[in-house]
Design a binder for this molecule. Structure first.
Ligand code: BJW
Ligand code: ZN
Length: 265
């Protein structure tokens, strides 16, 4: 694995014996597919804005066309992106081994497109839009949005039932995470043997508490990130590298070791 940390043998052994594995992904998981991370500097129309100030109900209320334009631009980026080797490695893991729960903070669908079926979206989805007033779902056009590289303002569509503005189906700052997603994510964290965090800064709560739930329950914790994060001290193993480097290497080594030792189911 070029420029990435070697994988400790103890981690391979933990993976080999794990019955339940959780993968907790953030924006860095999608970065090598060409989707900018949440805290990357914004460009074009949004250059002078801070993403944390755009991802709020107040921003949408104040300037709906600016915020809707940002989400349509990001939806275009997401639709044009393809899963990378790290996504495919996770799909391979689900096909061949342990019970795998992917808990993602990402609002794209790259895990599903790679082939994972058990994916919990803590912060919603770019595709699941709804009316701000009556919450009726809104069907976005099936084709890929054609947005200029610098982005543009777009007036949000209106709800067919009540005429209210349509909003992105994501969880903004100050909004509660959906309990039907957060509760199973919490349960999976409390029940897993190995917890793999990949590509998140660990700054946003309550998502950032989930690794600590897994740690308290006795799981082996692994962090994959090219940069340090504030929660590194809680991890048993910190792999300094990218998702597309580390995940395929991790599972290839685990597979190689399994094939050397008989008895692996
Ligand atoms: C790579 C890589 C490569 C790069 N490979 N890695 C407790 C304490 C303090 C504050 C709070 C608290 N509890 C709640 C709060 C408030 C707030 C919060 O957490 N604020 C913090 C900023 C301090 N939380 C909330 O408001 C949440 N709601 C809530 O708590 O409700 C209860 C409540 C209601 C009312 C009042 C009070 C309480 C809601 C949080 C919703 C977050 N939503 C967003 C936007 C979603 C829509 C959208 O995308 O536009 O979710 S914010 C944004 O951050 C997005 C992300 O999912 C989330 C996490 O970001 P992530 O994924 O970590 O991305 P980055 O960019 O930060 O990091 C990327 C990482 O990847 C970096 O580390 C890179 O190094 C790495 N990387 N390339 C691997 N190739
Ligand atoms: Zn409506």
């Amino acid at each position: 694995m070029a420029d990435a940390a070697p994988i400790p043998l103890g981690l391979i052994e933990s993976l080999r014996s794990a019955r339940r594995i959780c993968v907790f992904s953030g924006a860095g998981m999608s970065a090598e597919s060409g989707v900018p991370t949440f805290r990357d500097a914004l460009t074009g129309l949004w250059e002078r804005f801070d993403a944390e100030r755009l991802a709020t109900p107040e921003a949408f209320h104040r300037d709906p066309s600016l915020v809707w334009g940002w989400y349509e631009w990001r939806r275009m980026k997401m639709r044009l992106a393809q899963p990378h080797a790290g996504h495919r490695a996770l799909a391979g893991l689900e096909r061949r081994a342990a019970q795998l729960t992917v808990i993602t903070q990402n609002v794209d669908d790259l895990h599903e497109r790679a082939g994972n079926t058990n994916v919990l979206h803590l912060h919603g989805s770019l595709e699941a839009t709804r009316c701000v007033r009556c919450a009726a779902p809104f069907a976005l056009p099936a084709d890929i949005p054609q947005e200029p590289e610098g982005g543009r303002r777009i007036e949000p569509p209106r709800c067919a039932s009540c005429g209210g503005r349509v909003r992105p189906g994501v969880v903004w700052f100050g909004e509660s995470l959906p309990m039907p997603i957060l509760q199973p994510a919490h349960d999976a964290a409390a029940a897993c043997d190995v917890w793999i965090t990949v590509g998140t800064s660990g700054l946003v709560y309550p998502a950032a508490e989930l690794p600590l739930v897994a740690a308290r329950a006795g799981a082996t914790l692994v962090q994959i990130n090219p940069l340090p994060t504030p929660l590194d001290a809680h991890y048993d193993h910190v792999l300094s590298g990218t998702a597309a480097q580390c995940l395929p290497e991790l599972f290839a080594q685990e597979r190689d070791r399994a094939s050397l030792q008989p008895g692996r189911s």
